[in-house]
Ligand binder design. Structure first.
Ligand code: ZN
Length: 202
């Protein structure tokens, strides 16, 4: 956070203002930008109109899916905060984290972990923001279908985040990125599971 301190030094003496000071995370998590589709949540009324239900029905390239598990899958966010912004979704059209079964919860977590590892390898991500916005008041773009954001971070990326978040013409780049991440996935997943198994033995 040291690199951001100069932005807010003047405000930091005022507690009231400080509470509203946008740090990197808050700026990143601006709810109105968290839409998977430009139409937003008002268009998602049921499974038939849900992009997270529709995506797995198309091929990986068309749907920007990175990998498919048994109960959950990983897809590129169409409107990324940063290049490589991934979403982990259950196949089932459920809104809340507490709706996941034990099996779904385990795979949801594992895909998130492997996703981080893949992004570290292919993009040298230095940090991440992970999270789920729950409910409309929680800022979920599509509140009806649970999804976890994995946003890779690099030092100083805050400076161009707003530009990236508002850029709509990045589909080609996302397609290329999807291929790179998808190709790296299996090897990283294998390494991840070996690491897990080794830790279990200790
Ligand atoms: Zn859905």
């Amino acid at each position: 956070m040291a690199d951001r301190s100069t932005d807010h030094d003047a405000e930091s003496t005022d507690d009231f203002v400080l509470a509203g000071t946008p740090d990197a995370f808050e700026r990143l998590w601006t709810p109105h930008r968290l839409a998977y589709v430009s139409k937003g949540q008002s268009q998602v009324t049921d499974e038939a109109s849900c992009p997270f239900c529709a995506a797995p029905q198309r091929d990986d390239e068309a749907s920007l899916i990175v990998t498919r598990g048994k109960t959950c899958y990983v897809v590129m966010n169409l409107y990324p905060y940063n290049p490589g912004h991934l979403l982990v979704c259950p196949y089932r059209h459920v809104p809340d984290y507490t709706d996941l079964t034990v099996e779904e919860t385990a795979e949801f977590a594992e895909l998130s972990q492997i996703g981080m590892q893949v992004l570290r390898t292919v993009s040298r991500a230095a940090g991440f923001n992970l999270g789920m916005n729950q409910g409309k008041v929680g800022g979920a773009g599509i509140a009806e279908h649970l999804h976890q954001h994995i946003v890779p971070r690099w030092g100083g990326d805050g400076n161009f985040l707003p530009i990236i978040a508002q850029t709509k013409n990045v589909t080609g780049t996302i397609g290329d990125m999807r291929s790179i991440i998808a190709e790296a996935w299996q090897a990283e997943a294998q390494q991840f599971r070996e690491k897990q198994a080794a830790q279990h033995k200790e």
